[in-house]
Ligand binder design. Structure first.
Ligand SMILES: [Zn+2]
Ligand SMILES: [Zn+2]
Length: 138
């Protein structure tokens, strides 16, 4: 005889009972205790999952710090720290004559026009100039 639809014999108040509910297609209720048992089981299993996640993250961190040769080839230096002479110097009223140099002037910025030795230096200069917008000149 099939147990589908039969509530009799269900081990109420436990995960096993909840599975019996599912199998027999008998709705689990708060009154019989099976829903509470499921919640309890989920609560109990959560800290285990969190611990295993942390362990994975820890292992990943160790892998990154112990790795070698993964640094990007060229560090991006802020203006003024570039070793190229004249990079990030103010150049108001002057034209830069050197090949590959970039003149940066952000309209409305309090930062005067500057010249940079390369596009990567100039992009940092643009970002800095954009941070120093003259609020009164809008
Ligand atoms: Zn039940
Ligand atoms: Zn530079």
């Amino acid at each position: 005889m099939s147990v589908i639809g039969q509530e009799e014999g269900i081990d109420h108040g436990s995960m096993r009972g909840y599975r019996q509910h599912t199998y027999r297609k008998v709705p689990a209720t708060e009154a019989c205790g099976c829903l509470a048992a499921v919640r309890e089981a989920q609560r109990a299993s959560k800290p285990v999952q969190q611990r295993s996640q942390k362990q994975r993250q820890g292992a990943g961190g160790q892998y990154v710090t112990s790795g070698t040769g993964t640094r990007p080839g060229r560090p991006i230096l802020p203006p003024g720290e570039c070793p190229t002479e004249g990079c990030s110097q103010e150049c108001a009223g002057r034209t830069i004559q050197r090949r590959g140099w970039v003149r940066v002037h952000v309209q409305g910025s309090t930062m005067p026009p500057r010249s940079f030795c390369s596009g990567s230096c100039a992009s940092v200069g643009i970002a800095l100039a954009e941070l120093r917008m003259d609020a009164s000149a809008r």
